[in-house]
Design a protein around this ligand. Sequence first.
Ligand code: ADP
Ligand code: MG
Length: 698
Amino acid sequence: MENIKEIYGSLVFGDKVMQERLPKDVYKAVRETAQNGTHLSLDVANTVAAAMKEWALEKGATHFTHWFQPMTGLTAEKHDSFIYPSGSGEMLLEFSGKELVKGEPDASSFPSGGLRATFEARGYTAWDPSSPAFIKDGTLYIPTAFCSYGGEALDKKTPLLRSMDALSESAVKVLGLLGKKEVKRVNTTIGSEQEYFLIDKEKYLKRKDLVMCGRTLIGAAAPKGQEMADHYFGVLKPKVADFMHELDKELWNLGVPVKTKHNEVAPGQHELAPVFETANVAVDHNQLTMEIMKKVADRCGYACLLHEKPFDGINGSGKHNNWSISTNTGENLLDPGKSPQDNKQFLVFLMAVIAAVDDYADLLRLSVATAGNDHRLGANEAPPAVISVFVGDELAAVLKSIEEGTKYDGGSAAKMSWAHVLPHIMQDTTDRNRTSPFAFTGNKFEFRMPGSSLSVAQPNIALNTAVAEELDRIYEKLKGVAEDKLDAAIDDLLKEMLKDHKKIIFNGNGYSDEWLEEAEKRGLYNLKAVPDAMPELLSEKNRNLFKKHEVLSDVELESRYEIFLENYNKEIHIESLTLQEMIRKDFTQGLVAYMKDVTSEALKKKELLPGISVSYESDIINILDETSEMIGNRIHQLRDDTERAEKIEDVLEAAKYYHDVILSDMDGLRECVDKAEKIIPDAYLPYPTYGQLLFSLR
Ligand code: ADP
Ligand code: MG
């Protein structure tokens, strides 16, 4: 067993290494940048680059790469070695401040949403000193932001950093009003719980749908699913435990603070959660986590599925985004303390978040809208597509007293009656609510809508900017108020805001039909699928928000709209083609072979014993014959409709068509295939069935 303390962060050019290897003033400058987002000079960069190179070479690295997050949702990298020919036949090892700070990848093959014509292929990557460099597979990885020749963001990091700055600026102003003048910076903190599936690698490789699309497009349900609730928190299978241990180790080496691991609800489903970090680092670390999960899984003989809905009929995977804001002086602004009712600062920030979620529910919804996540939201396994805020019993009572102008006398925590021998535990002031998309959980909010494969940058860009805006509005209302009148003014403001925004607060069961009706009455958004949600990105309200806080310009926003919709269309297009191919080439092979065998067996039986009944065999043949005719018709329909979809030029029109026509064609086709699959023996199918995929892990 390794010593965690020794391996943790051993491949990271982190605080400890920098303190040891950088001159004091340079170290201070880098730290200031990492913590407070200040700018770094080239002089400092040169010194850092030299130290980084020495450290990386000692660790056996031969290359460096600018690591960035283009709009593909994945990360990108191009490796350069440290070598320079010296002219006298020798090799020098060089790495300058300029190389650290700026890279120039050809940007032409990354999604740009029309931002950059391919003949203007130049793009830049710029070092993000607030996220530590690290070594992976012999290469020094430098986290960078990625933009076009004209300086427009082509990635997820740039707007995230901008949104963190926006939130900090607005929060610092409000804190100043509240008497906290010493606060200079406020940081967003994130802990993202990551769900995933593990399946046997050999089986995975036999399924075109999993390999091409990440999810099964056909597959009859196994006799058993998740109904016994025997997987959630169940004993880890030995090989799975080995995988998790390997994963922990690799991530600890890279300084990713992974903490919790357990089995999830569905068979083969698991979860990993890290300790929270500053948003920017947490996003980088989540990208790394997803990548390393796949790599370690492969090494252990598994395939790791990060798709939001790999299997029909059992839970899909999400990524809970735990979010809070804390000051450079170490205070969590969403910590209610012992008596939230008297904690004005907490109430102001709480209300800013509630107002932000209410005013920008559409943005939050679309920040997690992807083809994969559409299968989860609203399917009674994940929050509904309607956004609401859960605050819990105690805060609900506090808010009620604010609204009614009455005094809240504080709830008293009850001691639970358990068994004598057990430790005495005080009851939490509120229970959990698993059905809420946006829940207050003690000293942070948990946004539960993001899908498992999503970059968490996206929801946090929306959330940070929206909260910045609400804090600005609060600041405007309070800034002229005399100090002795401030308390009363805050009370009035909170009351007014609560009146405006209480429609977003819902503490009941988010899965119920009554809630959907109620939400409609309250006038809340119910943006069910990507083509419903995405147009909201370009509304006047949202354009103004991003422009005002300098997070995304109009052109940047428009390019994102194009990219998100294009991705949606392409994903479903690939699914359609894969489904057609898998049915024609794989499923049909099994179907025909089985029909042939059953028929010839029946004929043989008849020949041998002329009077015998072959009703069982006939039954099978009849069902298969009937469904295969339907499959034939429906696959033609899907092929023709997909060809039609290819010809639609407008991205939104195409997205609507993919949603309304192609997805429903695919569903209809799947229904027939699954019906047939239920009676075809596994041995006839050239791909593994649900039962084999989900219940074969050891
Ligand atoms: P639960 O089990 O109730 O969801 P945990 O305390 O286990 O809550 O936390 C879940 C995630 O929330 C973890 O990743 C944790 O690090 C993160 N978290 C805790 N506090 C904060 C915070 N102040 N800001 C952001 N994330 C946080
Ligand atoms: Mg949680």
